[in-house]
Design a protein around this ligand. Structure first.
Ligand code: ZN
Length: 240
């Protein structure tokens, strides 16, 4: 099985289309999505439409839940809050209904999918260090779990002590278990403005992070035209 795993699209249609184009050349059997389809960007309906039509394994992210009222926004910064309010107003009733049906956690064969953290999927905790990963590894039994949420790609592994590994390629050791953050399609925050997603090949036991350039200026223009906070356009260029 060879699968593409996408997360944190955030209503950025330009980024999503470019990533899907890249995936088309990768010979994958399936696509999986880790949530945050909406929030921040100007094309929530178009992104949900595209994902609904293409991906059957999708989990909910905090921005998805906030936009349909199933998660509160008290911890959101003011820009994120404005974007959620705008999204809630602009999302079609049918797409909102679809988002409300998304589960927090999904198992696909021997893979676990969750937006933020396996131990408390609806608490939206950020899993940023090997120390934080240690407790998370106890919350699931699969050999590999894919997450998003921080918009920062990273590999965590455990075999005794938890470790974090940088780089764009992981060769899985059968003795170890892994948590992989696949980065963000629509709003990367690791200093590289290109979209990020992962390809997992369970025959080769490899995970590869791919970066894809997209039309950032077009996405920015739409954010400004929609009256969304200008900082949400500016950060795309900086990848933060
Ligand atoms: Zn996100």
């Amino acid at each position: 099985m060879r699968v593409a795993i996408l997360s944190d699209i955030h209503s950025n249609l330009e980024a999503l289309e470019s990533v899907l184009e890249d995936i088309a050349g990768q010979g994958v059997d399936d696509l999986l999505c880790l949530g945050d389809l909406v929030g921040y960007g100007a094309n929530p309906n178009e992104c949900v439409q595209r994902i609904r039509g293409l991906i059957s394994h999708v989990v909910a992210g905090n921005h998805d839940c906030a936009a349909v009222g199933t998660s509160d926004t008290s911890y959101f910064n003011p820009h994120a809050k404005r974007a959620v309010t705008w999204t809630a107003r602009n999302l079609s009733a049918d797409h909102a209904r679809y988002i409300s049906t998304l589960p927090y956690v999904k198992r696909v064969e021997h893979i676990l999918l969750v937006h933020a953290s396996p131990s408390e999927p609806a608490a939206w905790n950020y899993l940023l260090s090997p120390q934080m990963a240690r407790a998370e590894f106890q919350a699931f039994s699969e050999s590999i779990c894919f997450i998003g949420h921080s918009h920062q790609p990273v590999f965590f592994s455990i075999n005794g002590a938890p470790r974090s590994l940088k780089g764009d390629r992981l060769s899985c050791d059968p003795e170890e278990r892994y948590i992989v953050n696949v980065g963000s399609v629509g709003q990367p925050r690791d200093g590289d403005p290109r979209s990020c997603y992962a390809i997992y090949d369970d025959d080769q036991r490899t995970v590869q992070l791919r970066r894809v350039a997209y039309d950032i200026r077009s996405a920015q223009r739409k954010i400004l035209q929609a009256g969304l906070p200008p900082v949400l356009a500016a950060r795309l260029k900086r990848g933060e």
